[in-house]
Design a protein around this ligand. Sequence first.
Ligand SMILES: C[S@@+](CC[C@H](N)C(=O)[O-])C[C@H]1O[C@@H](n2cnc3c(N)ncnc32)[C@H](O)[C@@H]1O
Length: 447
Amino acid sequence: MQLSYLAQLGIISLEHPEGASRTGHQEDFDTWFQGRLCEGALGKQFPQTCQSVVEVACSWRRRFPPPLWARLARDNCSTLLKEAREAVPTIAFVQDCLAELDPADGPITIVDLCSGLGFLGMFLAELLPAERVHGCVLVDQAWPLKGGAPQAPQQSKKHRTQLNWDHIYNLTWPVPLVTRRSDLKLPSTQVQILSRILEPAPGPVVVLGIHLCGILAIRAVETFNAGPKCVAFALKPCCLPPLQYAKSRTRWTLGTHTFGAAEVCAWGKYNKNVWNGPAKATLAPRFRMWSSNLFRGLLAESKECLHVELVEGHYQDTYLFGRRRFSAQSPTPPEIFSEASPEQVARRILEASEAHEVLGVPTDVSIRQLRRRWTTLAHALKSDKPECAAAFQKIKDAFDQIRSLRRLCPEDEGDEKGSKLASPLPGLHQLRHEGMPAWHSRADSHA
Ligand SMILES: C[S@@+](CC[C@H](N)C(=O)[O-])C[C@H]1O[C@@H](n2cnc3c(N)ncnc32)[C@H](O)[C@@H]1O
């Protein structure tokens, strides 16, 4: 029976009598915190990790300056407890992965996407062997900009900087913790994560995303899928994507897997912590579908989908884990059409609606990768069948569309120049010499 249930009956109180202050005995606090953290299925599934996390959190109460502890422990430790409980399965996963990595590959870099206050990174910093960790990058759009002071909460989303980083930078951590203010929904963020975090990393990279709402979960999978050096991934998806994606008939392509927004979107959102939408329980089947699609899109050599009931009866209980061997190269997505006939390839292309999905590339694809993809698809469509001609035209239009979008995005200029876009569609000259049917040449002529 969960402690929260006993509290509802009035048999026990979940409030620690001293609240976040440090006037109470440390032992009383430790016992209370341990009871709350280990309650329910979590304590049974992860007894050791729960115990380690309890020890770390309780040591913070002893060690940290009172104002910093008071901030972390506000609202009777409710945020700390919630995030610590959510972090436990991921901490166990990262510890397992690290144990299996070859130290000769170098120390790991942890990237915590949508980190919030950074509790997950803080626990990992204390629990992992420091000599094996290069650092932990806490990515969130709500951090202040580097060099700027934390500001008061602002109305405009663009200027939202409500996270205060004092606990990150005013305390000494066993491994370096750094904050990075980034909006994960922007394509330029994916490019920056690649060039500023993944490529310079001195060894394997672990990508984490806990409690990620809507398409932030898609961005997390894309980051891992496209990332060189990425060896481990943990994702705990949260809210479903909003209906706007279903209305615009969006389809997402992750790795070799494609799925439509209509399958997974739902209306409803929180307004000042009050849910305004369909009864939560009715969303369970959709949430399963959402998690399953994200799982299928994960490019990993081994994957695990784990259910941990953090709140009794709550359907958002899914952790998706993936592992890949260490490689300094980005993984090449296994071709969706490697075994397929030209007609099957054409059918998949004709079924797709959005340009990236048509070409089977992630939204942050580089122009170089795009050109390579186009050439491969053009080869795979070699046939005189009319559906192959239609599919060929569709990949050409999709290529043009993505390229013109990129022209509007200044961050990608270097990439375009570097990949010599003077010849817009690659490989056509070569294809014609290999005996492409006439319709391919026609498409080329107005490219
Ligand atoms: C539900 S919290 C998750 C925090 C933490 N990972 C946890 O385990 O509880 C969501 C976090 O995502 C951040 N966030 C929301 N939209 C974002 C975006 N587009 N880019 C980056 N961070 C975002 C918010 O600022 C918030 O800190």
